[in-house]
Ligand binder design. Sequence first.
Ligand SMILES: O=C[C@H](O)[C@H](O)COP(=O)(O)O
Ligand SMILES: C=C(OP(=O)(O)O)C(=O)O
Length: 356
Amino acid sequence: MTTHDIENVNVTAFDNMPTPEEIHARLPISEKAARTVTHGRNLLRKILDRKDHRLFVVVGPCSIHDPVAGLDYARRLKALSDEVGDTLQIIMRVYFEKPRTTVGWKGYINDPFMDDSFRIDVGMAKAREFLLQVAEIGLPTGTEALDPNSPQYYGDLITWTAIGARTTESQTHREMSSGLSTPVGFKNGTSGDLGVAINAILSASKPHSFLGLTSQGRVAVVRTKGNAYGHIVLRGGDGRPNYDTVSIAMVEQALDKAKLPHNIVVDCSHANSFKKPELQPLVMADVVNQVRLGNKSLVGVMIESNIEAGNQSIPADLSQLKYGCSVTDGCVDWATTEKMIRDAAVLLRDVLPDRR
Ligand SMILES: O=C[C@H](O)[C@H](O)COP(=O)(O)O
Ligand SMILES: C=C(OP(=O)(O)O)C(=O)O
C-alpha cells in the first residue's frame, strides 16, 4: 500500500486555480477605486472611534448573482448615498460567499453560472471585476469573509467585512480577521449567543500565526498584527430578535465586562425580522428611535435590499430568473430601501452631531 491508496479518498479532482497575483494583474485596482476604499475605511474607523458622528448602513442584496442587476442597484444606491451622506455612511452589501445551513447555492464565486459547474476560477475573477466597478462608481462595499483564501483575491476592494453567525466561533475566521485590512463585524451565533461574537472580537484583536495563501499562490505561515476594529453585529437568533432596548443594554453590559468599546451594529434582517423582509423597516425605525432617545452604542445597521422585493428559487431554465430579485434570503425592494434610508436620515440629521 502507498500513500496514494489512502489519502484524498473522497477527493475527485484538484483543478488549477489562478493565483491572486494573476487575477490582480488581469483586474488591477484603479486610482479611483483605491480612493473609494481608503476613504470608506478611514470613515468607518472614525465612526468606531467616535470621531465621526455618522451611522453606517450596510445595505444591498443578500447575494450577488447577476452583475448587471447588481450594478444597476449600485448606481441607484450611489445617488441615494450622495443625498444622505452628511448623516449616513452608505456601504453596499456585496456578498459573494453564502454559508448554507445545509446545502444550497453557495454564491457567485462558488458557482457563477448557477448550473453546478462550480467554476470558482471564473467566479473569483468576476467577483473582483464587480467590486472594482462598484468602487469606481465611488461606493464602498462590505462582504462576508467565508473562505479564508478569498481576501487575497479581492480584499483590497473591501471596506467592511462581516463574519457570519455560522463562523464567528471558528478559530480560522478569527485568525483571518486578525489580519484583515477592514473593520470586521462579528455576528452573534445562530442561537442568539453573544459570547461567541465577543470572544471573536477579543481573539481577532490579537496577533496570530496560521497557514494561509500568498499572492503568488504559495502556502505560507501568515503572521498578523491583530485587528483593533472588531465589533458586534446583532442578527437575533433562535427565532428571537435582539435589537430591542433591553437586549441592547445587555450587550452593552457584556461589552463592558470584556472591556470592549460600545460599538453595536443591528442587522435588520435574519432572526431580527423573522426572515420576513417586510419587517425590516420596523427594525430600522426602532434602531433610529433608540438613537434619537439617546443611545450612544448603536453605530450601524444592515439591510438586505434589492431592486425587487422578496426572493425566488433558482429555476432550471435561468432565462426565467426575475431581474433584480434575490436568489437567497428575501429582501426589501428599492422603493422601500429609499424610504427606510431617507426617513432615517431626516430623523437623525439633527440628533447625530450632538451624540458624543
Ligand atoms: O443570509 C443568508 C442566509 O440566511 C444564510 O446563508 C443561510 O441560508 P440557508 O439557511 O438558506 O442555507
Ligand atoms: C448569512 C448571513 O447572515 P448570518 O450570518 O447572520 O446568518 C448574511 O448576512 O448573509
